[in-house]
Design a protein around this ligand. Structure first.
Ligand code: ZN
Length: 437
């Protein structure tokens, strides 16, 4: 049985829906806990039947503790004329994420200790957080900072940091087998389109697509706050993680940069080979990175006690594009065609994962005579007869139960999809049998 994850699928139509979804999510003030994150998960529920889980503040998760819940309603800085010069209502990036409440008059000198700017990019507002150290602050453009006069200011942050919950979303799609493919994306960044929202949108619509077909693997999608979310999820699900056979962290998938893949800690997991095969054959520039213990939630999935086969799929990696963690990571940076390209690459990766089987040649002493079986005409409809003949020879020779179809694609230099289609034909002609060793 084949699992055509690509069948009848219009990636361009879906890319516009992903972009619209990013536009809807963009204004929400998300954080690692709180109502912005909750609202985001509720909006995902409009597309897929996501389960929303709440984990109490103070819960011990390995070496970490689930933090207090942060919520914010309003924030501003007023000058001596009572004019709002910084206004949270205009952009949620203006507040240091996780700021504790404050309402006081303050001199410019004292205020400056709580202001964050980007002198190199004087028009952009930085994104800053202070999750694990209680602080308050504002982020603004460097040009705005330079305009501030030496006068008294009123600072106001109407936030709360209290016992509550960490919220995360999970969607499980039951496939033919219990073994799972895990997709994870962080969902804790406020108005940042590429870092965060592109991954959320892509995961949502990929999950929707997989929920509508009957995949071979079971799929699990988790929408979690960065770092503490994956640590929490792993702590609560430790007993089941051995079911995860392949996994990808999805992030930064909508910008114009080339595709990047960061390998799992194992370095030669099937997911690593599948992604590399797809990128090598994309006719586009790409980059493969070795695993490193810095980045997104693959850090936790690939911590030595778990060492799961989970890589990170992205376009421009964190910290390498100038708009990263600034107000310029916006709805202009992310574009539907880049989301579409990322989406179709992931479908190609899943086509491999879903169909990467081993077979046994049923006529292994010398080559079977292909012509007398009508095999040349059987595959005549395929693009290139010569290539297909080569595919048959490669598959028959290496189908001794030791090599997967992806191994054979790599050895032969042929595309996985051609190898897969040709193997299906050989199977119909009883020249192959699936090997379950
Ligand atoms: Zn980030």
């Amino acid at each position: 049985m084949t699992n055509d994850v690509n069948i009848d699928f219009n990636v361009n139509a879906i890319s516009n829906q992903m972009y619209e979804f990013i536009t809807d999510l963009y204004p929400l003030c998300r954080s690692i806990t709180g109502d912005g994150l909750r609202k985001t998960l509720h909006l995902i529920q409009n597309h897929i039947p996501l389960t929303i889980n709440e984990v109490q503040s103070g819960t011990q998760v390995f070496d970490w503790t689930v933090p207090k819940e942060w919520n914010i309603r309003d924030a501003y800085i007023k000058n001596s004329k009572e004019e709002k010069i910084i206004d949270f209502q205009k952009s949620n990036l203006h507040v240091l994420n996780y700021s504790v409440p404050i309402h006081q008059k303050i001199s410019l000198t004292d205020l400056k200790a709580h202001l964050f700017t980007l002198p190199d990019r004087p028009d952009w507002v930085p994104y800053r957080t202070s999750y694990y150290k209680e602080n308050w602050g504002f982020c603004l453009s460097h040009n705005q900072l330079l305009e501030l006069k030496d006068e008294e200011y009123e600072v106001y942050i109407d936030s709360s940091l209290e016992e509550g919950h960490l919220t995360y979303g999970e969607y499980y799609i039951k496939g033919e087998k219990e073994e799972e493919v895990l997709f994870s994306c962080h969902s804790c960044h406020p108005s940042l389109a590429n870092d965060n929202l592109s991954g959320i949108a892509l995961a949502t619509f990929l999950a929707k697509h997989l929920g509508e077909i009957s995949p071979s693997y079971s799929y699990r999608f988790i929408f979690i706050p960065g770092t503490i979310g994956s640590i929490t999820w792993l702590a609560l699900n430790e007993a089941h993680v051995d079911k995860i056979k392949h996994g990808l962290v999805l992030t930064c998938l909508g910008d114009p940069g080339k595709s990047h893949y960061k390998k799992s800690r194992r370095g030669n997991a099937e997911i690593d080979k599948a992604v590399i095969h797809v990128l090598q054959r994309s006719n586009q520039d790409y980059e493969i990175q070795e695993f490193s213990p810095y980045g997104y939630d693959e850090r936790q999935f690939c911590s030595p006690g778990f060492n799961l086969p989970v890589g990170c799929f992205m376009r421009s990696p964190h910290g390498t594009y100038p708009q990263y963690h600034t107000s310029a990571d916006n709805l202009e940076l992310v574009q539907p065609q880049y989301l579409a390209d990322s989406f179709s690459k992931i479908l190609s990766i899943l086509e491999i994962i879903e169909n990467n089987k081993k077979y046994l040649n049923q006529n292994s002493k010398c080559e079977p005579q292909l012509g007398k079986r009508g095999l040349y005409s059987a595959i005549g409809g395929l693009t290139d007869t010569k290539k297909t003949e080569m595919a048959m020879l490669w598959i028959l020779n290496f189908s001794d139960g030791n090599y997967t179809l992806l191994d054979i694609a790599e050895k032969s230099g042929l595309d996985f999809s051609l190898i897969k289609k040709t193997a299906e034909t050989l199977l119909q002609f009883n020249l192959l049998k699936e090997s379950f060793n």
